[in-house]
Design a protein around this ligand. Structure first.
Ligand code: DOR
Ligand code: ZN
Length: 345
């Protein structure tokens, strides 16, 4: 049997939610991943260090017994965020990054940033203390086509932030375009990007061909095929500026399958199987470890895991549950639309 050993991976962009959903989904991450950067877009959002500490405690209380998992907490940047609180959170070792949601860009982002000038004092402090900024890189301008929002954000916002604060470390989250990949490649320092599992697998046809398929809808929305190809090339290149952030984003089915469905794809269960499949297709299995286990910790100034994960290629397709049941309702699991053969031992 073909096997692949790698350091235990981490997930550098994850939504765990709270309450019943947190209880049901946390094990799907802690089974495979040692650490994850936890997104702060709860209702209400995680805006202060005290909020983050309380949320971390709820996460740790939900981790199944026997699993070792470290949540790396983020703060939700607002126009009123206190730079001293951010610095204190960083110094105490609790806060790993601050997340910028342009107001209105995605799920629970209405409390995000409208006017970047108002967030400048926090960003300046972060640059000074070396705390990374995680960015949801889409403009929200109604006139901008949704498929162009990432490219326009890079030009109109990200470039402005980076010129004003060249010392600020920026993680461009869930890059979905060739424009994003090229922008990261052109930067000589302080810029990296996460790539999701699903954006390596689907293009926009998955959402729209043959009927509207809400379980393939996420933000940033999947783009044209040539963008997917650029993401695959970046992810499998071994370049340290690209690493895994699944953006696994559970929503219960009634909130997806309705007239105005939520954005988000739930991939925590089968991400490693999907990634091994993609890297094998790209003849890059030996670079999966860099993408999933090495580049992320290096960017965040942490050591790679000392633990080893073994993936085995089975002769028959591996099966996964189609749904993750929760006390709040079922969550549909990402279906890559091809059989998966790689399984975590
Ligand atoms: O698809 C997404 N889901 N994209 C985001 O930016 C947010 C996330 C969520 O929280 O559901
Ligand atoms: Zn996200």
């Amino acid at each position: 049997m073909k096997t692949l050993s790698l350091r235990r991976p981490d997930d550098w962009h994850l939504h765990l939610r709270d309450g019943a959903v947190l209880q049901a989904v946390i094990g799907d991450t802690s089974r495979h991943f040692g650490r994850a950067i936890i997104m702060p877009n709860l209702v209400p959002p995680v805006v202060t260090t005290d909020d983050a500490r309380a949320y971390r405690d709820r996460i740790l209380a939900a981790v199944p017994q026997g699993d070792r998992f470290e949540p790396l907490m983020t703060l939700y940047l607002t126009e009123h965020t206190d730079p001293d609180d951010v610095e204190e959170g960083r110094k105490s070792g609790l806060i790993a990054a601050v997340k910028l949601y342009p107001a209105g860009a995605t799920t629970n982002s209405h409390g995000g940033v409208r006017d970047l000038d108002k967030a400048m004092p926090v960003l300046e402090r972060m640059a000074k203390i070396g705390l990374p900024l995680c960015v949801h890189g889409e403009v929200t301008t109604p006139e901008v086509d949704i498929f162009d929002r990432e490219a326009v954000f890079i030009e109109e916002k990200l470039e402005v932030i980076r010129r004003r604060l060249p010392e600020l470390k920026v993680t461009m989250e869930h890059v979905t375009t060739k424009d994003g990949v090229d922008y990261i490649l052109a930067a000589d320092r302080n810029l990296a990007g996460t790539i999701t599992t699903h954006h390596l697998i689907i293009n926009r046809n998955a959402i729209l061909v043959g009927g509207i398929r809400p379980h393939y809808y996420c933000l940033p929305v999947a783009k044209r095929e040539h963008h997917r190809q650029a993401l695959r090339k970046a992810a499998t290149s071994g370049d340290p500026r690209f690493f895994l952030g699944t953006d696994s984003a559970p929503h219960v089915d009634p909130l997806k399958e309705c007239a105005c469905g939520c954005a988000g794809i739930y991939t925590s269960i089968n991400t490693m199987s999907c990634l091994a499949h993609v890297f094998e297709e790209e003849n890059a299995l030996e670079r999966l470890e860099a993408f999933a286990s090495l580049n992320g910790p290096a960017w965040y100034g942490l050591a790679a895991s000392e633990e080893i994960m073994v993936l085995e290629r089975q002769a028959e397709p591996v099966s996964y549950p189609a749904k993750r049941d929760t006390d709040a309702g079922p969550i549909t699991v990402f279906d890559p639309m091809f059989p998966l053969f790689w399984q975590v031992r």
